[in-house]
Design a protein around this ligand. Structure first.
Ligand code: AMP
Ligand code: GLY
Length: 422
């Protein structure tokens, strides 16, 4: 099979590695890829949102499957365009990608399908939103309704903070159109977990679960990021609970999406809060998480490629996707200044030594090749260093030992990834 992965992050590097391991693969491409991905796939210089060029490339090179990594091309309709050209694409259509693209769309699905979630209300009038905050009080969660690159959520501990967030999103439009409407939500408390299912429009299989560390600083301090580390398995989220959430959250959502005429195919990421009343849905994403993907795929026992194809063909049936019994800890190394203003251009050394440790994988994200073949930092999240071992404590020790091998004074990472669980 000839496969095109779309994206350039650590998630796509992990996807490429997993797909490259399949005996079914004959040729692997990645657009645009990165210097790490170049070791396992042929990188093609096409941007993830340049859908006409991606379709042309896939046609000219007879792709049997396209696997988009990030949400942006899915929300922009890459699956619709590939399918119109007769090329299977393992991701939702633009209509189904609304599960990530619009918070209120997801909340309406939750209400219609009785999926447990935080109480909510949508406002497209800022004065009414402010009045609701004054009426309900704090804590309260303010969310831009549209896609705001993971930054559109404010957990307001006071009414003033909530009102300030509404001012910024709706009056000052700091997220542009994404903040034209806001969703106000009940504030849930509990441990968070990311559950991943592969879906074929009707059926779903669990890929696994992981816990992400979203804030930039140790002890969950500082601004939210796309994820500074992840681990899998999650001790207080055993397989029985995964299955219960498949039945209570994922299957009802799939059924309702099919009922709406927009069946969901691809990877569905349920962000859950384990509250005292049970697991509740915080949000859906329509793709793998990054860095959760790197941790999960490091534990993948099954051949991922036939499963991705079966999801496109609506033939997941009781397809078995299995993780092994090991534990994985993924530590993100970011450039100094991330997430606000990451420094670019510094040189990273020691990557080979880190990757040479048994059980360690180093995934590239924001890297670029220097003129002399060196590896340079070229973005915010730059590397994911993943350790796989029999248990979380050993996986964590291994990941941090490998981080120590990497010589990059201009980079940093959290030191407490998986610390509680290990
Ligand atoms: P989201 O962009 O929807 O993933 O939200 C980002 C983060 O905000 C989540 O990972 C949670 O930590 C937090 N969050 C979102 N909604 C709620 C809620 N209703 N109650 C408490 N925390 C929330
Ligand atoms: N790590 C969370 C995400 O990918 O959205």
């Amino acid at each position: 099979m000839r496969v095109l992965v779309v994206g350039s992050g650590g998630r796509e590097h992990a996807l490429c590695r997993a797909i490259a391991a399949s005996p079914m693969l004959t040729r692997l491409y990645c657009a645009p890829g990165n210097p790490g991905i170049a070791a396992v796939a042929e990188c093609v210089d096409i941007g993830v949102l340049d859908i006409p060029t991606l379709v042309g490339f896939a046609q000219d090179n007879q792709m049997d499957l396209v696997v988009p990594g990030p949400e942006a091309p899915l929300v922009a309709g890459i699956t619709d365009a590939m399918e119109a050209a007769g090329i299977p694409c393992c991701g939702p259509t633009r209509a189904a990608a609304q599960l990530e693209g619009s918070k209120s769309f997801t909340k309406e699905i939750c209400d219609a399908a009785s999926i447990p979630t935080a109480l909510w209300e949508r406002f497209d009038d800022a004065d009414q939103a402010r009045a609701f905050v004054r009426h309900r009080g704090a804590p309260i969660v303010v969310k831009a309704d549209g896609l705001a690159a993971g930054k559109g959520v404010v957990i307001a501990t006071t009414e003033d903070e909530a009102v300030a967030a509404i001012d910024a999103m709706m009056d000052r439009k700091i997220f542009g159109d994404a903040g034209a409407a806001v969703v106000l939500e009940e504030c849930l408390t509990g441990d968070e977990v990311s559950l991943f299912a592969l879906c074929d429009g009707e059926d779903a299989v669990i890929l696994g679960s992981a816990r992400d560390h979203k804030r930039v600083g140790d002890g969950d301090t500082g601004p939210n990021t796309g994820g500074m580390g992840a681990y899998s398995p999650v001790p207080n989220f055993p397989p029985a609970l995964e299955q219960a959430c498949l039945e209570a959250i994922i299957r009802p959502a799939l059924k309702h999406m099919a009922h709406l005429g927009t069946p969901f195919r691809g990877i569905l990421f349920a962000g859950l809060m384990l509250t005292e009343e049970g697991a509740k849905l915080i949000e859906f994403n329509v793709r793998f998480g990054d860095p959760e993907c790197q941790a999960l795929l490091s534990r993948m026992q099954s051949d991922l490629l036939p499963a991705l194809l079966a999801a496109c063909d609506g033939e997941l049936g009781d397809f078995d996707v299995r993780l092994n019994d090991s534990a994985a800890v993924a530590v993100v190394m970011a450039a100094r200044g991330y997430p606000e203003a990451p420094e670019r251009g510094s040189t990273i050394r020691g990557l080979d030594a880190a990757a040479a440790r048994p059980g360690v994988s180093v995934f590239h994200a924001g890297t670029e090749a220097g003129p002399d073949g060196s590896v340079l930092a070229a973005g915010g999240r730059v590397l994911t260093v993943c350790g796989t071992a029999p248990d979380l404590r050993q996986a964590r020790d291994l990941a941090y030992a490998a981080v120590q091998d990497i010589v990059w004074p201009e980079g940093f990472c959290r030191r407490d990834i998986a610390a509680d669980a290990a």
